[in-house]
Design a protein around this ligand. Structure first.
Ligand SMILES: [Zn+2]
Length: 369
């Protein structure tokens, strides 16, 4: 029994795949999917059939088409009856707030691939460029507002308490600003508003630093234009003017996000793993990403093994020729998650007017502009 538990424990823990695999999978988060990759094979896509969604026990091999309004009833019943829920949020959730995500093969900032900028090597080589990239993202994230899906998930977390755990790949802080209970939210890729010392032996870190700009030299003024465009000149910033560590005084501070090539946060993975091992999972909700790409596919498989049915909210229809990752008894809600999710949850958490939708008060206080 113990051996079996360990086997599951090892299998349940998602690890950062090798860079080539990660890049191919992340690139598929974009609406324009690539051709089949090695990861598709790993995900064991199911063959397409025209079987309609049925609120019955899951059976492998069946494709579930986009859910009709009638299927919301079956979803609502299952959501209400679910005592242990796992939620996985992808980039599409932030895109619904109008936030550029710089994910995938088309994810360029100026002339630079966002994936190349999101590395420790890039930070070491060009800390001013990398800081300007992240400063821009912080700036944009503070101007974006949480959408209906952020608020609905926050309310679901409050309603279900320890019976709901949300994992987000997004670093923009929008879930937190929507009031998602911190103890029920796991940040798989860290956060834009967390900072830490880049020195190896310092250990300084601070969470939720929303000051914009974080140092005067990084200020984006209204007259600067959109510096994500290569047509707009980018200032050169001396290293002495970048954020420095207040503890060791010598190290540069860096954003507290997980860069390519870095390990996912161990404590976060442990908490997710422990939650999944505590008992059966009734439902896994995937929002803003395809059910067939990492890490959604991995979590879905693990949740299924614990008894879960699957509900996907995404703007793009599932791939038919490459497999949807869905089965009979699952749900697929196509469209703007900010609209579809509050509607699908309404029978359990109430209408959007009935739960808090005010952003937390820290946002305005830390904005200088
Ligand atoms: Zn330091």
């Amino acid at each position: 029994m113990l051996h079996a538990a360990r086997q599951f424990q090892q299998a349940a823990r998602p690890r950062l795949p090798p860079p080539w695999l990660y890049l191919s999978c992340v690139s598929r988060l974009l609406p324009r999917y690539h051709a089949a990759t090695a990861f598709d094979t790993y995900c064991s896509p199911r063959p397409f059939t025209s079987t309609a969604a049925m609120p019955s026990a899951a059976s492998p091999g069946a494709y579930t088409p986009p859910t009709s309004s009638a299927d919301i009833t079956s979803f609502t019943h299952h959501l209400a009856a679910s005592s242990r829920i796992l939620v996985l949020c992808g980039a599409g959730l932030s895109a619904a707030s109008g936030l550029p995500t710089f994910r995938g093969a088309g994810g360029y900032w100026r002339t630079h691939s966002a994936m190349e900028l999101a590395t420790y090597d890039a930070f070491t080589t060009s800390p001013d460029l990398v800081w300007q990239f992240y400063n821009y993202r912080r700036h944009m994230a503070l101007r974006a507002v949480p959408n209906g899906a952020h608020y609905a998930l926050a309310e679901l977390a409050r309603k279900k308490g320890r019976g709901c755990l949300t994992i987000t790949q997004n670093v923009d802080g929008l879930s937190q600003r929507a009031g998602h209970p911190a103890s029920r939210l796991e940040l798989l890729h860290g956060g834009l508003f967390d900072i830490k010392c880049s020195g190896f032996d310092c250990g300084y870190e601070q969470q939720d630093v929303r000051t914009d700009p974080i140092v005067p030299a990084l200020e984006i003024k209204d007259g600067d234009g959109d510096i994500s465009s290569a047509q707009i000149p980018l200032r050169e910033i001396a290293e002495r003017d970048l954020p420095h560590c207040p503890r060791c005084k010598t190290g540069l501070l860096r954003p507290g996000v997980v860069w390519f090539g870095e390990a996912l946060p161990e404590a976060t993975l442990d908490r997710v793993e422990n939650y999944m091992l505590e008992g059966p999972i009734d439902l896994i909700i995937v929002v803003g990403t395809s059910a067939t790409v990492y890490p959604a596919a991995g979590y879905i498989e693990k949740a299924r093994a614990r008894g879960a049915r699957v509900a996907v909210f995404n703007t793009e229809a599932p791939e038919r020729d490459g497999g949807s990752g869905l089965r009979r008894g699952d749900w697929f809600f196509m469209g703007d998650a900010g609209v579809e999710m509050p509607r699908a949850f309404e029978g359990v958490i109430g209408s959007p007017e009935s739960y808090p939708r005010e952003e937390d008060s820290n946002r305005g206080a830390n904005l200088r502009t």
